[in-house]
Ligand binder design. Structure first.
Ligand SMILES: CCCCC/C=C\C/C=C\C/C=C\C/C=C\CCCC(=O)SCCNC(=O)CCNC(=O)[C@H](O)C(C)(C)COP(=O)(O)OP(=O)(O)OC[C@H]1O[C@@H](n2cnc3c(N)ncnc32)[C@H](O)[C@@H]1OP(=O)(O)O
Length: 165
């Protein structure tokens, strides 16, 4: 796939369930920016099993939620999920790669309306999602994480260029 040249976005933090490279129980998403959209290529595996051979809906939902958290790099706002709706249009087989793409649909004050779709490498759209994120201040996180960890989450990382595809 001709992905080289897309900007690689930094994980929210190293232990993030969705994208943290240091979280062995996480999805370890690698996320890229393509214009105003973000995307990740993901094949659910045995750790994400729901019914035999199929991905668990909660794992799919987590992937969508975390990917929405990367649209924030495009919007340049800090925001958190208030609502998340996933439409499971077709079963998602384990081991089959899907590209999940997310974008801002529209903004209304503090409300960010987001949308996403997961398309298999066979061209089938198996799930779509809509979310409402609410813009918050960095203080939203201060009561729960250490100052160091909260600061690190919002440190600007230089965008990297994807190598290969
Ligand atoms: C540029 C740098 C960008 C860097 C980005 C880096 C990191 C990403 C940032 C954060 C995420 C960090 C790490 C994890 C990453 C990603 C994972 C995905 C994201 C998540 O997993 S995140 C966890 C789950 N998430 C929560 O843990 C939220 C819990 N929740 C709350 O903390 C509050 O609930 C809060 C703060 C959300 C709102 O509380 P609040 O008191 O501030 O605001 P309020 O309730 O007043 O709502 C405000 C306005 O939205 C309207 N409104 C409300 N609900 C509505 C609805 N259903 N439909 C239509 N409108 C609605 C109201 O009517 C009002 O409208 P108006 O402003 O016009 O009055």
């Amino acid at each position: 796939m001709a992905d080289s040249g897309f900007a690689s976005l930094p994980p929210h933090h190293p232990q993030c369930l969705g994208c943290g490279p240091d979280n062995p129980a996480g999805l370890q998403l690698s996320v890229y920016r393509d214009g105003d959209e973000v995307f990740t290529d993901l094949a659910f595996d045995a750790r994400h099993r729901g019914a035999p051979g199929l991905a668990h809906g909660g794992a799919i939902s987590a992937a969508c939620d975390d990917l929405f958290g990367f649209v924030l790099y495009v919007v340049e706002e800090i925001a958190v999920t208030r609502t998340l709706t996933v439409e499971y249009r077709a079963p998602v087989p384990l081991g089959q790669r899907h590209r999940i793409t997310a974008r801002l649909h529209h903004r209304d004050g503090r409300r960010l309306h987001l949308e996403a779709a997961g398309v298999g490498d066979d061209g089938v759209t198996r799930f779509t999602a809509q979310a409402l994120f609410i813009v918050v201040d960095i203080d939203h996180f201060s009561d729960h994480g250490t100052e160091h960890d909260v600061h690190a989450m919002f440190t600007q990382h230089p965008l990297r260029t994807r190598e290969g595809g």
